[in-house]
Write a protein that binds this ligand. Structure first.
Ligand code: F6R
Length: 362
């Protein structure tokens, strides 16, 4: 049932403050100011490396997790797409945590990668939405998301719930390694996510209004730095799968190594850049593209927009949030933009051509 919504995707985008809160509830103990993992009988302090394997949108959660786990816990993280991982004879060292991420828990390549890691004898974990799925049954440590059933083929609420669990895992790894300075602080930031997502959703009408401009484009580029780089990849994937517009995400600093050659007045550039230590660098990459005529949409907070919002075709103002939670909050406008562009183009948002919700064949 879509309720008041036109599409399941729209409904699922709107459900995010609630389902992310629901997911976080099983990972946060606010009274103890703790971030916990459910019933884990496993000593996280023995983890010396993490290998994340997933497909599509779930693999971007792995990439964002790499920034978080490496920064907070100082544990090296490798991320791979399952279709490559399972066939490339990967090296699995002892004390590796093998982590799969999947909404359905049935994606054929991810399941095969999980079995490969189990056969190699490493401890496996899974961030999984469907509790009765094959992966949920087979992982050693189940880290559930509580997104509820996701009907729209394009993943939205599963993505942000996976990020919430990934943040909880990174925090727990950091504590196990004796590197968590202020856990109460992390709890506070994570508890702020649902409210900040609601504030992001309040920009829906603005995003809808700018969508026709993007819908007319043949190519769209997304830029981000740090944890917002995988979000740029996610934005591009979302746009191409439901609107059929060619889109690519790049790490901002890679622009001058090739993709800037694509820039002209016809190419919208979606820049995902919360204010903070990486902001100036990203903005200088953005300005190089603007100098070549790029039509920029800047997604930032008030401070970032005041500093760099000139000469853009549009800005989308996010609340000022802690860098840890920025990918969850900035995911909302990225999803809404893809949604409204697809609606403007008249494509089938919930059932895009050539795609299946659960990819159980390789
Ligand atoms: C993109 C999308 C896909 C899935 C991928 C993995 O919107 O939905 O890229 O993320 O097929 O699916 P799961 O998470 O079920 O393993």
């Amino acid at each position: 049932d879509k309720g008041n919504h036109r599409h399941f995707m729209q409904k699922e985008i709107y459900e995010q403050p609630v389902v992310v809160a629901q997911t976080l509830r099983s990972y946060l103990r606010p009274l103890e100011a703790q971030v916990a993992l459910p019933d884990i009988e496993f000593d996280l302090s023995s983890v010396e490396r993490v290998v994340v394997v997933a497909c599509g949108t779930a693999s971007y959660v792995g990439m964002i997790g790499k920034y978080w786990i490496e920064q907070l816990a100082r544990i090296p993280v490798e991320v791979d797409v399952a279709s490559e991982y399972r066939y490339r004879d990967p090296v699995l060292l002892p004390n590796t945590l093998g982590l799969v991420i999947s909404q359905s828990g049935e994606t054929a390549d991810t399941l095969a990668a999980l079995r490969h890691m189990k056969a190699a004898g490493v401890t496996t974990g899974g961030i999984i939405n469907v509790p009765t799925s094959s992966m949920a049954r087979e992982v050693d440590l189940l880290l559930p998301t509580h997104a509820g059933p996701e009907i729209g083929v394009a993943s939205t609420k599963a993505f942000t719930c996976q990020l919430a669990v990934m943040a909880a895992l990174a925090t727990n790894l950091a504590r196990a390694k004796g590197r968590l300075a202020d856990e109460a602080d992390v709890v506070e930031h994570l508890q702020h996510v649902p409210e900040a997502m609601s504030m992001a959703l309040a920009h829906d009408a603005e995003i809808e209004a700018m969508a026709p401009k993007i819908a007319a484009a043949r190519d769209v580029l997304y830029l981000g730095r740090g944890p917002e780089f995988p979000l740029a990849l996610e934005g591009a994937l979302k746009l191409k799968e439901i609107s059929y517009i060619h889109a690519e995400g790049y790490a901002s600093g890679e622009m001058k190594h090739g993709p800037i050659a694509l820039i002209d007045e016809q190419v919208p550039l979606i820049v995902i850049a919360p204010s903070g230590p990486l902001f100036d660098k990203t903005v200088s990459n953005m300005q190089e593209a603007q100098a070549r005529g790029a039509q920029v949409v800047l997604i930032s907070d008030a401070e970032g927009i005041a500093q760099a919002g000139e000469n853009t075709i549009a800005t989308i103002e996010m609340p000022k949030v802690h860098p840890l939670i920025a990918p969850l909050v900035y995911a909302v406008p990225v999803q809404l933009l893809a949604y409204h562009v697809a609606v403007a183009k008249g494509t089938d948002v919930d059932q895009p051509r050539n795609l299946a919700k659960s990819v159980t064949v390789e």
